[in-house]
Design a protein around this ligand. Structure first.
Ligand SMILES: *Cc1c(COP(=O)(O)O)cnc(C)c1O
Length: 428
């Protein structure tokens, strides 16, 4: 494949955009090479500026669960655009999508729409702090909740011991209010509650972690967290930006039958437009301005184009309940295929999967937290990534990302992908 035009565009982009990208994960820094500039997409396929075609396993990092340029969404956006793109007033459409979301998800009474997953998580934490009148939060190493200050605290002994922010620009004052816990380690969480008695406003978690590869919660981990939070008057916040409307209609809350106090959404809920949302039971949501004292706002929140896209997406997922089964079957088929070709070639690997979230790790032990996720062999991943790209299969350019399966994929696409992996395995 030739990437001539992409390479030229990347040079131009670098002159006016830092690193040539508006979000770092799009750069190929972890795998080397030049990012591919996409011109258009349809169904499960991407087409780049050089005319190359790819089967897409990123799907805009989650939103395109029914494939690219999904017609009901595209048509709804076109229709709405003709009627005006933003008013800064309430619209009927906002109530329509809110009613639908509340009906699809267990355990929420009210929902507020924002413009990104970052905003949703940031606002959820402010709300939790206002509601509980406490300041500290617990987050898990390897979990991502957007780029707001409180969450940019990751693993590393320095960060754990001293609360040192892992991004310059985050003040140590902010960092000290974020406590880091180990995913899948309930004793570690209990110890944090013990040493910070009556100080923890919220515990935020990706119920299925998707930002260190896909890392499922083990055994009763989520229900144990539920219990510890209740005992400590701490709000349990599920960051379902990735899992919401993907693992089931009601997301991870439904799949694992655990009720969170506040739930954050993004990605699928916007159908590919910039949307996030956070939701909770009435008592908590009424704490938000203009009813309550916790301030939160947005000029483009509930934007008509974004709401039209989100509404069509949720409607499709709500109408055809078989979508989630189909996604699971397709992803299970892919998993089985990858296992058989990698095992046949004696490659050391681990595959994690929950529904249509799947990740391949080049490491033989279980991948159950950030420490084990980091053990993967990055050189092997790089070869794997480029080998697949060359064959027209586009996975995320990082070993720490989940693949997102779309319902638009056909079994032919999956067979092609498995065959490509079989060929690439010879080069690893
Ligand atoms: C993507 C993501 C976010 C951030 O959402 P943005 O829309 O990128 O701001 C937050 N939490 C999780 C779990 C995510 O996957």
């Amino acid at each position: 494949m030739l990437y001539k035009r992409s390479s030229e565009l990347f040079v131009e982009a670098n002159k006016v955009i830092p690193g040539g990208v508006n979000s770092p994960v799009r750069a190929f820094k972890a795998v080397g090479g030049t990012p591919i500039f996409i011109k258009e997409a349809k169904g499960p396929y991407l087409f780049d500026e050089d005319g190359n075609k790819y089967i897409d396993y990123i799907n805009s990092w989650g939103p395109m669960i029914l494939g690219h340029a999904y017609e009901p969404v595209v048509n709804a956006v076109i229709d709405r655009a003709k009627k005006g793109t933003s008013f800064g007033t309430p619209t009927a459409l906002e109530t329509q999508i809110a009613e639908l979301a509340v009906a699809m998800v267990p355990n929420i009474d009210k929902i507020r729409f924002v413009s990104s997953g970052t905003e949703a998580c940031m606002s959820a934490i402010r709300l939790a702090r206002g509601f509980t009148k406490k300041e500290k939060i617990i987050k898990f190493s390897g979990c991502y909740h957007g780029h707001s200050d409180s969450f940019l605290i990751a693993a590393g002994s320095g960060a754990i011991t001293f609360g040192i922010p892992n991004s310059p620009g985050v003040t140590s004052g902010t960092a000290k209010d974020t406590l880091l816990a180990k995913f899948n380690d309930i004793e570690n969480v209990k110890a944090l509650f013990e040493s910070n008695k009556n100080e923890i406003a919220a515990l935020i978690i990706e119920p299925v972690a998707g930002n260190m590869g896909c890392v499922p919660p083990q055994n009763e981990f989520l229900s144990q967290l539920r219990q510890v939070c209740t005992e400590n008057n701490c709000l349990l916040v599920f960051d379902e930006v990735m899992t919401g409307f993907r693992l089931a209609k009601g997301g991870a809350q439904e799949l694992y039958n655990v009720k969170a106090d506040i739930v954050c959404y993004g990605k699928v809920i916007g159908g590919g437009l910039p949307v996030g949302a956070f939701a909770a039971r009435e008592e908590i949501m009424n704490y938000l301005s203009p009813l309550g004292p916790v301030y939160q706002a947005g000029t483009l929140s509930g934007n008509p184009l974004a709401m039209a896209a989100g509404y069509e997406m949720l409607k499709a997922l709500n109408t055809d309940a078989a979508i989630f089964d189909r996604l699971d079957e397709k992803t299970a088929y892919l998993e089985k295929g990858i296992r058989s070709v990698l095992s046949a070639k004696n490659i050391i690997y681990t595959i994690n999967r929950v529904g249509s979230m799947i990740s391949v790790h080049f490491d033989e032990g279980a991948v159950c937290d950030f420490e084990t996720a980091k053990n993967g062999d990055n050189d092997t991943f790089k070869k794997f990534f480029h080998g697949l790209l060359k064959r027209g299969v586009y996975i995320a350019p990082s070993a720490y990302e989940t693949w997102f399966i779309t319902d638009a994929l056909t079994y032919e696409d999956l067979d092609y992908t498995i065959k490509a992996i079989d060929e690439v395995a010879d080069e690893l």
